[in-house]
Design a protein around this ligand. Structure first.
Ligand SMILES: Cc1cc2nc3c(=O)[nH]c(=O)nc-3n(C[C@H](O)[C@H](O)[C@H](O)COP(=O)(O)OP(=O)(O)OC[C@H]3O[C@@H](n4cnc5c(N)ncnc54)[C@H](O)[C@@H]3O)c2cc1C
Length: 418
């Protein structure tokens, strides 16, 4: 009964995206997740253009999410207090929206299930045996025999631990982020997306994303390094919230809605960590550590890698898992990895207050060119402009497709060393 082509571990965005693509192509697929939905996921809840585009590709309508909210105004504060207000172009589609993860992920699970795909909730992964021709997986009271496993099981990836079989210390991510919901927000943050480069958080930043009903998702991310613990983030939170410009942004009556949460962000793509077991196991989303190292955005990347792992299995994996794995790794290497390395270089630059100030000062000028700055941040423009335009050609109601595709021929061979 549990004989499958692909078993997906994890029903977050990356797992759901993979499941939809595999199912569309007639493969036998199922998902196991240790959680019961609706479940929360510590996140900023921001859906970039890339994430919206990927959801559109899946045929998922984000307006079915109860608190889905499209953002049209943004404000960027430099370490010196200079604020750059940048509107988001909306003439050809949405650029950024906010949707609480509890609701987004639950709607995605419902969407996947409505297609007839089995999702076994409350089934935590117990064991993975890759020694045979296929893979044997035990999760809760079920045993699955499958040709492939897609590990979409988040930053801690229990699949990786089981497959690698090493007793290495847990991977802790290279960014650590902290978020809390606030209600009764009456300040400008009620309607606009606010990002502040606080001097003590660089190259990290504080965000406030509006949910449209007087609630916001507010939090901050910092680079993980020696001496910066989650405990310190918790201690710093009251001080950060008491800063006059943040209080002003939220308004006098704003108060915490739910307790705060902290979670690591994995943003370091490594070729050898994308697949395992001679191509029988694929890692996607946070399990593949593909988050943008500058912005911490990972939902679009999760949806894209889920889809691409599935496509690699469909197109190249009928006979030889190694070929499918090569295809997937190459796709990441010449696309997302190139883009993330540019974002990572900028993250290094904004470590200094002066550079962060210069970057924010520059944004209104860059934005004069077809809203370039703002579209770059929200993953509507190629990160590595000359190298990866082909990755961005499925544009959200965009007319520039032809130019991007043309450029792409040159870009296809560009790869980065991982
Ligand atoms: C504080 C914070 C703010 C962020 N803000 C943003 C943002 O605004 N925009 C953005 O795009 N990205 C943001 N990100 C990144 C984003 O949250 C992740 O990149 C994204 O959730 C990755 O999706 P995923 O499907 O790979 O993993 P997840 O969403 O983590 O899903 C993994 C799934 O695997 C399941 N699982 C785990 N262990 C097991 C097991 N043993 N057995 C079975 N199932 C298991 C889990 O229950 C879960 O459902 C933020 C991250 C953090 C921490």
């Amino acid at each position: 009964m549990n004989q499958l082509d692909v078993l997906i571990i994890g029903a977050g965005p990356s797992g759901c995206s993979a499941a939809v693509t595999l199912h569309q192509h007639g493969l036998r697929v199922a998902i196991v997740d240790k959680a019961e939905f609706p479940r929360d996921k510590c996140c900023g809840d921001g859906l970039t253009t890339s994430a919206l585009r990927q959801l559109e590709r899946m045929g998922f309508d984000p307006t079915t999410i109860p608190s889905f909210h499209v953002v049209q105004n943004t404000a960027w504060r430099s370490p010196s207090g200079f604020v750059s207000e940048l509107p988001l172009p909306d003439e050809d589609g949405w650029r950024i929206a906010v949707a609480p993860r509890q609701e987004l992920d639950n709607q995605l699970v419902e969407f996947v299930r409505a297609k007839g795909i089995r999702i076994h909730e409350a089934h935590a992964l117990d064991s993975v045996d890759t020694s045979g021709r296929g893979v044997c997986v035990v999760a809760g009271d079920k045993t699955f025999h499958t040709r492939y496993v897609i590990a979409a099981d988040g930053v801690w990836s229990p699949t990786r631990k089981l497959v690698s079989g090493t007793a290495e210390s847990p991977y802790l991510g290279n960014i650590h982020a902290f978020r809390q919901y606030f209600k009764n927000v009456t300040g400008p943050a009620k309607d606009r997306l606010f990002v502040s480069f606080e001097p003590d958080l660089l190259p990290g930043y504080l965000w406030s994303f509006p949910l449209g009903d007087g609630r916001v998702n507010i939090g901050f991310g910092i680079e993980r390094r020696e001496g910066r613990s989650t405990q310190m983030m918790k201690q710093a939170w009251p001080d950060i919230l008491s800063r006059p410009h943040i209080r002003e942004e939220l308004g006098p009556n704003a108060e915490p809605d739910l307790p705060h949460k902290a979670w690591p962000i994995p943003a370091e793509i490594k070729n050898e960590l994308l697949t395992a077991a001679n191509g029988k196991v694929f890692f996607v989303g946070d399990a593949a550590r593909v988050v943008d190292p500058l912005t911490g955005e990972g939902i679009g990347q999760a949806l894209e890698t889920g889809h691409m792992a599935a496509m690699s299995i469909i197109e190249k994996g009928q006979r030889d898992p190694a070929r499918a794995a090569n295809h997937y790794r190459r796709y990441i290497r010449r696309g997302m990895a190139v883009d993330n390395s540019v974002a990572g270089a900028i993250a290094k630059l904004v470590r200094s207050e002066r550079a962060a100030r210069a970057v924010i000062r520059m944004t209104p000028h860059l934005n004069r060119f077809d809203h370039y700055a703002i579209r770059w941040v929200f993953e509507d423009n190629p990160r590595a402009a000359a190298l990866t335009p082909w990755r961005w050609r499925e544009r959200f109601g965009e007319q520039k497709t032809a130019a991007y595709v043309k450029l792409s021929t040159k870009a296809r061979d560009a790869e980065v060393d991982l």
